[in-house]
Design a protein around this ligand. Sequence first.
Ligand code: PHE
Length: 276
Amino acid sequence: MSPLLILTIFFSLFLTLRFTEMKTNNYIESSFWNFDTLFVPQQHPARDEHDTFFIKDPMYAQGFPEEYMDKVKTVHSQGGFGSQGYQYEWKREEAQKNVLRTHTTAVSARMLYQLAQQQKDGFKPVKLFSIDRVFRNETLDATHLAEFNQIEGVVADYNLTLGDLMGVLHAFFKKLGIEKLRFKPAYNPYTEPSMEVFSYHEGLQKWVEVGNSGVFRPEMLLPMGLPEDISVIAWGLSLERPTMIKYGIDNIRELVGHKINLQMVYDNPICQLTQS
Ligand code: PHE
């Protein structure tokens, strides 16, 4: 058993479904891309130092797309595109603060913005994915670490609905051998509607949360310049969670970090998630 193997399985699963990999090679991200572009208000609790690691040096990021940043500022502070926004005084300094990225959705935001800039002859539907590390300033315990790996899928196409999101999630999890899914309404600042995803774990005989998902809000997509009839559905899950469930590991520190027993990697036979 090795987390690397699980990673490979998710990787090839996305490739089988013809998703393109996003470039995730920056652990440090500005608050702008990690939060503001995702319509997370500047006073949101997730931006608190209890949840997010802020970088001291360099504390502030530079080099933003100014025109787009202005649109983000407007949608937060005054609204637009049919939204009333949050009606607060948006501060550039807050957006400039460097953080260790708290989710790979920051990368998805960068990518969608880039695609919106390139759409000279109309927007072409895309399917994107990423698998990489994220950081949260959490209290460490048996199931929480301050860093973990996130798996993210993004589909942008004309007129996608919540039904499409449910269909894609069913297809995705079915490939992993997970057939029983349930969806629970949730809240993310950047998706509406939002759903937590649960799957029935036969071994544990209970429903366990396996992911979070939603339809990106117009307040996020329209300032980027994406056409109005394009919808973007997305979902995220942790790599460690299904691995722990699959292998009956009850302490995450046996799987990630400096305390893992490397001998385990050599000793365990190669095994896979059941694929259908
Ligand atoms: N960013 C969310 C998280 O960190 C996951 C997510 C991705 C939710 C995409 C909705 C859409 O939990």
